[in-house]
Design a protein. Structure first.
Length: 390
């Protein structure tokens, strides 16, 4: 079968690899109809997370079940399914309490696993024609419809981007009436802003410096903030004053909820050509009102072979803990516990209440992967979210 394979920093290729097959009685094999490219892939593409040549990339698959192991009970050949990024057994103590990203049974001597991700288990990625799905009864989410229908782009985002965007709003405890600032207008940041609106937020700001992404944020109903125009914290405060602060909240001109959808490859505000892995957390510390909440969905890597000047190879960073403490801010991190959200968000899509596929900008076959990764990495050609259709 063909698959998109990491070859070296800045280089991917489409190669023939061994077909995915049923290896355990509880496996299925899914023929992939759509597989989305993710911003997390770029950390690997840039050589920043220890990926090695031959790694099959991708962790956002949608497809049709083609082969079924004899121990599978809930999934049948021909079913349309989306497969969450993080594998889980569904029955260990962490899965049972809804913490499926910390599953204790899918990675030897560790917790949690993912497709196509170095250090997260032996599972090949999903930018391929076929995908082996272990623990299929837990990991295959059934869907209505047929491949290529009006839901195709919406459903593929249930594998990761929409679910992670929603998870970010959970981490930040966004509720009806909240004021929210999202830093980062990649697909996850955009869908975090979209999710905040679905949850009833009254003001949502999205901070970035890529015009196409900011335009998309505006299309989704958020207020785009271009940090090339000045300090984004000051810009948001000014906009809030201009719009009129609620009575009694004049001293609270920041926001109640902040979301980091950038992670360790954030750009320095004063030197945009360099990285500053603490930039977004520092901005959020200044912007979020006392007793507010911060959700960190952007990736912070434990291993970075090429750290930025302000970063470190083992992920150790100096962040404004004193500000968090003095303001009484709650800061929550973590990978998405897919099991909590996937079926709920699926049902919102089917009911017509959510259309996350609005963030998809490009489609192609596997052979377009090298050029799309290049444009995605360089933030050019309007590439925000690409979906490949093997």
């Amino acid at each position: 079968m063909r698959a998109v394979v990491y070859q070296d920093a800045g280089t991917v290729g489409v190669e023939e690899v061994a077909d995915a097959v049923v290896e355990e009685p509880t496996d299925v094999v899914v023929r992939v109809t759509s597989s989305a490219m993710c911003g997390t892939d770029l950390h690997m593409y840039d050589g920043r997370m220890g990926a090695t040549a031959g790694l099959v990339l991708g962790h956002e698959p949608l497809g049709i079940v083609e082969d079924v192991g004899p121990g599978v009970q809930m999934v049948e050949r021909g079913d349309r399914v989306v497969v969450p990024t993080h594998l889980y057994c569904g029955v260990c103590v962490n899965c049972a309490r809804g913490c499926s990203a910390a599953c204790l049974r899918v990675r030897p001597n560790g917790f949690g696993a993912a497709y196509g991700y170095p250090g997260m288990g032996p599972y090949r990625g999903a930018l391929a024609e076929l995908l082996r799905v272990p623990n299929a009864d837990a990991n295959c989410i059934p869907l209505p419809g047929q491949p290529g229908d009006r839901w195709e782009d919406d459903f593929v985002l249930l594998a990761d981007a929409f679910v992670t965007g929603w998870h970010a709003t959970e981490l930040a405890e966004v509720t009806a009436g909240s004021t929210v600032a999202v830093f980062g207008a990649g697909a996850v940041g955009l869908l975090a802003a979209y999710s905040a609106q679905l949850r009833g937020a009254r003001e949502v700001y999205v901070v970035d410096a890529v015009s196409d992404r900011l335009d998309k944020a505006g299309d989704l109903g958020a207020v785009p903030i271009d940090y090339r125009d000045g300090d984004p914290v000051d810009q948001i405060r000014q906009r809030r004053h201009q719009a009129g602060l609620p009575i009694g909240e004049e001293a609270m001109d920041g926001v109640q909820k902040g979301i980091d959808a950038v992670g360790f490859q954030a750009r320095d505000r004063d030197r945009p050509d360099t990285e500053n892995p603490t930039q977004v957390l520092s901005d959020l510390a200044r912007l979020v009102n006392p007793t507010g909440n911060i959700g960190v969905a952007g990736v912070y890597a434990e291993s970075d072979p090429h750290p930025a000047p302000g970063g470190s190879g083992d992920g150790r960073l100096t962040v404004p803990w004193a500000t968090f403490f003095s303001k009484g801010l709650s800061v929550r991190f973590g990978r998405t516990h897919d099991r909590r959200y996937t079926t709920r968000l699926r049902d919102l899509v089917v009911a017509g209440r959510a259309r996350p596929g609005r963030v998809v900008t490009h489609h192609g076959g596997l052979e377009q992967a090298p050029s799309l990764y290049r444009s995605f990495d360089q933030r050019t050609d309007g590439v925000i979210k690409s979906v490949l259709q093997p």
